[in-house]
Design a protein around this ligand. Structure first.
Ligand code: APR
Length: 228
């Protein structure tokens, strides 16, 4: 029986793919006020600004490629039952070949109706910009299929279930600042080994974490050796 390997990833996972993180120096939240571009109130106040913010990030994703860390995690599916729980809205885990990816904070390449949450659409890469006036089949404005600050995180229950059953837990590229994602560490059983891949220290409430003080690409390589 293959061991269940749960991996929680954040923006640092995609940093080596050229996608900006949020809270490193020069990060996204230094350039854009969160409340204006990543809250429902911001979208109501200025839908064009918010839609353009995600249009710009979608264009950035078009030029990004998975890095060795993404590919390394996909390759680990040979030896482990890998479940990736990502806070990232990019699709680089999927592009690298991971088959079990849960997006806690939504997906940049999807949009949904503002009038019916069940109407979710894949974005056609040939028309990646969403504008005010683009509507769903019922005539409601389309919005990014992304969890904004203050909104519910419907996938957290599935994520908690995965973590509660994990035999190994790996945290890659997240400052563990944002809940409920950061709270998933509390669902990991006491005797389960926890690995952290991050060039910086990350504060958590768990003491016996094995910190691989490297970037995602080199860190995943070292992790694979440790778990061999
Ligand atoms: N490899 C691995 N980790 C890295 C790398 C790298 N090359 N570069 C930076 N990091 C680490 C940073 O040290 C930091 O711990 O990635 C982490 C990035 O933290 P944040 O910028 O806070 O991103 P994240 O934790 O994913 O933010 C969580 O906040 O804004 C919301 O919804 C947004 O999903 C996001 C959530």
């Amino acid at each position: 029986m293959r061991k269940k390997l749960a991996v929680l990833t954040g923006a640092g996972m995609s940093a080596e793919s050229g996608i900006a993180t949020f809270r490193d120096s020069g990060g996204l939240w230094e350039q854009y006020p969160v409340e204006q571009v990543a809250t429902p109130e911001g979208f109501t106040a200025n839908p064009e600004l918010v839609l353009n913010f995600y249009n710009m990030r979608r264009r950035e994703l078009m030029n990004a490629k998975p890095n060795a860390g993404h590919y390394g995690l996909a390759a680990m599916e040979k030896d482990f039952d890998v479940h990736i729980i990502t806070q990232n809205i990019d699709n680089l885990h999927e592009q690298a070949g991971s088959t079990n990816v849960l997006h806690l904070h939504g997906e940049l390449m999807k949009v949904r109706s503002t009038g019916d949450d069940s109407l979710v659409y894949d974005i056609d890469p040939a028309h990646i910009d969403i504008h005010p006036g683009d509507t769903c089949e019922k005539g409601f404005q389309l919005r990014p299929h992304i969890v904004w600050f203050g909104e519910a995180v419907p996938m957290i229950y599935e994520a908690e279930r995965i973590c509660a059953q994990a035999d190994i837990f790996v945290i890659i590229g997240t400052s563990m600042n944002v809940y409920p994602a950061a709270g998933l560490l509390n669902d990991i059983r006491k005797n389960v080994p926890v690995y952290l891949i991050d060039p910086k220290d990350v504060h958590t409430n768990r003491y016996n974490i094995h910190h691989i003080r490297k970037g995602a690409s080199e860190g995943v390589k070292e992790l694979k050796e440790l778990l061999r």
